[in-house]
Ligand binder design. Structure first.
Ligand SMILES: Nc1ncnc2c1ncn2[C@@H]1O[C@H](COP(=O)(O)OP(=O)(O)OP(=O)(O)O)[C@@H](O)[C@H]1O
Ligand SMILES: [Mg+2]
Length: 405
């Protein structure tokens, strides 16, 4: 569980992160990343590497095999830790709290976004860690079939693709559609605003008619932007006194999708059924669908007439969907990996040049190596720990304390 990852997060330092990244990148090429490759990638001497790998195995961030050679794979929890570290470094979060939700294909934690320039209030956010590789939806399954020998890498790819799709569409829709504000994305994880109020499924509305209209309004705006949610129900809508917010977007489709009409109908029908069963409100499905579509048609006409206004980004989302197809054809060599690709390229080229900021560390390492010292001391751990990670820890432990009070 991620609780474990959070506990461990406080114990690991920049060298451990380097090892984790090495395994992550190496898994593009190896089912089990050989220790030799990790030695080249991290430039850590074997003894140190072994020691640290043992700790990572013990903390269940990675898994080790000895047959047919000594090699390593990363676990979801190791991947969580890498994403968390990226968020902390980029100051997208300064503390993490409790689990606030768990879906079929994700786990959600509350966290805190520090205020800009340290002025103002910290913003409550959530981190959604995707878990698609574990269960898998149809699209992912098809991708997996094409992975062939790279099967072992599929869960990282699946979860990462889902997070990327979800973040991309959220950025496109926000703020035109009422959704939690998306803040950041790394690997399989997204930082977004904490939704206001509570899930429709868990609340009894005082003025349900008003909320139903609000939801349908959001469905219309979404459709007019060339997007269909495709998993809309009382479990993916928050209601508060301000209105509604739609969550959970990775499976969205565009109206060009072959089953677009059916899927839109299912979305709207789920909502109408909920309001009928819980509040006795009757709305005709066909008529409601017609309204959704006519609004979209009107928006399209407005656009054609060359009216001022923001361009619909629906086309982009269709292309994104196509990305999956393209990746299948190309055998998974697309450019879905962004920042870390730099790392990947380095790994591939086998030019394991240490980055500037690491040089010092490695010099220190050489000196240490002269002293025969395989047991790492507390002092060393503290010294080499990323200052950002320390900052995070401080904030996190402060938050832990607050939570306990
Ligand atoms: N922005 C948010 N703010 C507050 N809670 C959230 C937020 N996003 C998700 N949650 C909580 O986490 C749960 C799971 O999130 P979400 O529906 O996005 O994940 P999922 O794994 O795709 O779910 P599903 O089980 O519907 O497939 C939600 O039901 C909700 O309780
Ligand atoms: Mg959901």
């Amino acid at each position: 569980m991620i609780d474990e990852a959070l506990r461990v997060f406080k114990e690991i330092d920049s060298k451990d992160f380097r090892i984790l990244t090495g395994i992550e990148t190496g898994m593009k090429h190896f089912e089990w990343v050989p220790i030799d490759e990790l030695n080249k990638y991290t430039r850590l001497p074997f003894e140190k590497l072994e020691y640290r790998l043992k700790k990572l195995v013990r903390n269940k961030l990675v898994v080790r095999t000895t047959q047919p050679y000594e090699g390593y794979q990363i676990y979801f929890e190791g991947y969580d830790v890498l994403a968390l570290n990226a968020f902390v470094k980029r100051k997208s979060i300064s503390a993490i709290g409790d689990e606030v939700g768990v879906g079929k294909e994700s786990v959600i934690y509350e966290a805190i976004l520090p205020p800009e320039l340290a002025i103002g209030e910290p913003v409550p956010v959530v981190i959604k860690f995707h878990r698609e590789g574990r269960t898998s939806f149809k699209q992912i399954k098809r991708v997996r079939e094409h992975l062939g020998e790279r099967e072992h890498f599929s869960w990282i790819y699946a979860a990462r693709l889902a997070a990327q799709r979800e973040y991309g569409i959220m950025v496109t829709l926000y703020p035109k559609v009422s959704i939690p504000k998306p803040f950041d994305h790394n690997r399989h994880a997204i930082v977004m605003e904490l939704a206001k109020g509570s899930l429709l499924s868990k609340t009894k509305l005082i003025d349900p008619e008003w909320y139903l209209n609000e939801i349908l309004k959001q469905v219309k705006i979404t459709y007019s932007l060339g997007v269909i949610h495709a998993d809309l129900s009382e479990y993916n809508i928050f209601a508060s006194e301000d209105g509604v917010q739609l969550i959970d977007w990775p499976q969205y489709i565009t109206p060009e999708h072959p089953q677009a009409d059916e899927i839109l109908e299912r979305d709207v029908s789920n909502i109408l059924t909920h309001f009928y069963r819980k509040y006795g409100i009757k709305r005709e499905l066909d008529e409601t669908i017609r309204e959704v579509k006519s609004q979209a048609a009107r928006s399209a006409e407005d656009k054609e007439e060359g009216e001022e206004g923001e361009e619909s980004r629906g086309g982009g989302t269709a292309e994104e969907w196509d990305l999956v197809e393209v990746l299948e054809e190309e055998g998974f060599e697309g450019d879905i990996f962004q920042e870390e690709d730099l790392e990947a390229e380095k790994f591939e080229a086998e030019s394991f040049e240490a980055e500037e900021f690491e040089t010092e560390e490695f010099e220190a390492e050489e000196i240490e190596a002269e002293v025969i010292d395989t047991e790492e001391t507390e002092a060393e751990e503290t010294e080499t720990k990323d200052p950002k990670a320390q900052e995070f820890e401080k904030a996190a432990s402060k938050k832990d304390t607050l939570d306990r009070n």
